[in-house]
Design a protein around this ligand. Structure first.
Ligand SMILES: Nc1nc2c(ncn2[C@@H]2O[C@H](COP(=O)(O)OP(=O)(O)OP(=O)(O)O)[C@@H](O)[C@H]2O)c(=O)[nH]1
Ligand SMILES: [Mg+2]
Length: 348
């Protein structure tokens, strides 16, 4: 997706929010570009880091684990470098169709990248999941960075034993304490990435900040608001599909369906007198408008698809690359049939 010149994020950029990079990139060097996979346990702060470094919202964030379900690229464009960050679903032991697909996405993210960065939550004790991550990382042959995240909530002395613990587990090329939330330490990590990237021309046009098409970013932004509005098992049961995404000169018309697995979950999403779904719609519309820099007319529906997470056909549809392939020659979905309904006929 290319940036729109009048969006809010541009104003932040121009205001020098990311001015720190100016100081760290040596203007005499030749152009460098490459891919950095951001991997780590669920909830470690991968998506937050990608958004902070790119300086725009590319990936959705929530306090609940397993928010990210697909690989998403966020692109940092700089006069002498282009850094492509690959956000991934959290590293976990898969136990179902959806979680297998998510781990598959994370595994694919290691293919063809120049550097892998493992981001860990420094407020959490080192545990079996971390040992699993370290072992899992050994499949990657290039440099691996360790980013100890959330240091805004950890005292410096507490970091040293954690660094030692990780060093015993894996031979990291570099280690940085960072706060993806505040940006602390991120400049140093970015500088070190750029130093290790190959000299190469940019992989994307310089006005592009993500590989994710607008319609799928919109679906994610709707899901983010639905996650924020619900608790316990409901967030995990939510999937959002765009039925219609119609661009006019001054307006984008979007019709989307939020799928859940049970009638009770549908009731929670709709809320008393439709209050909750109305709030989700308003907040998502405002967010999409600010990111895409255009007015949006958003229409939401909520439908029940019992146990969709165990339905291979529907789970596959969560992969926006696959959806794009299936759109094939059609310029636009016509909106008469949702992607989920279409794929359901091919259910395994
Ligand atoms: N205090 C603090 N919180 C953070 C930091 N980075 C991320 N968080 C919070 O951690 C939670 C998870 O962040 P995400 O960026 O969604 O984590 P993730 O690793 O992408 O999670 P999954 O997509 O579920 O694997 C959110 O509530 C963030 O606000 C940080 O540096 N400091
Ligand atoms: Mg994430």
């Amino acid at each position: 997706m290319a940036q729109r010149s009048d969006c809010l994020a541009d104003l932040c950029w121009e205001a020098g929010r990311w001015g720190w990079l100016l100081e760290i990139v040596d203007s005499s060097m030749t152009f460098k570009s490459g891919f950095i996979a951001i991997v780590g346990r669920p909830n470690a702060g991968k998506s937050t880091l990608v958004n902070t470094v790119v300086g725009r919202k590319v990936a959705i964030i929530s306090p609940r684990p397993q928010t990210t379900r697909n690989r998403i690229q966020g692109i940092l464009n700089w006069p002498d470098a282009q850094v492509v960050l690959v956000d991934t679903p959290g590293i976990h032991k898969p136990d179902g169709i959806l979680s297998h697909q998510m781990m598959g996405e994370t595994e694919q993210a290691l293919e063809g990248v120049d550097i892998v960065s493992l981001i860990v939550d420094a407020t959490a004790e080192f545990g079996p999941g971390d040992r699993f991550s370290a072992k899992w990382l050994r499949r990657f042959r290039g440099p691996v960075f360790l980013l100890l995240n959330k240091v805004d909530r950890v005292s410096k002395p507490a970091l040293l034993p954690l660094i030692d613990r990780w060093r015993r587990e894996f031979d990291f090329a570099e280690i940085f304490p960072i706060s993806a939330l505040t940006g602390a330490g991120c400049a140093e990590a970015v500088k070190s990435w750029i130093e290790k990237l190959p000299e190469a021309p940019p992989h994307f046009p310089e006005d592009q900040f993500t590989d994710q098409p607008e319609r799928f970013l919109a679906a994610e932004l709707i899901r983010e608001q639905a996650l924020h509005a619900t608790r316990e098992e409901v967030p995990h049961a939510i999937a959002v599909f765009i039925d219609r995404f119609q661009e006019d000169r001054a307006l984008i018309g979007i019709t989307a369906t939020i799928y859940v697995e049970r009638e009770g979950q549908k009731g929670i999403l709709i809320g008393k007198g439709g209050e909750t779904i109305k709030k989700i719609g308003t907040l998502a519309r405002k967010e999409i408008e600010s990111i895409l820099g255009t007015h949006v007319f958003l229409e939401l529906m909520v439908k029940v698809r019992p146990n969709w997470r165990r339905n291979r056909g529907i789970v596959r549809q969560l992969d926006w690359r696959r959806q794009l392939e299936q759109m094939g020659d059609r310029d636009e979905f016509d909106g008469s049939e949702s992607t989920v309904e279409a794929e359901d006929e091919r259910e395994d």
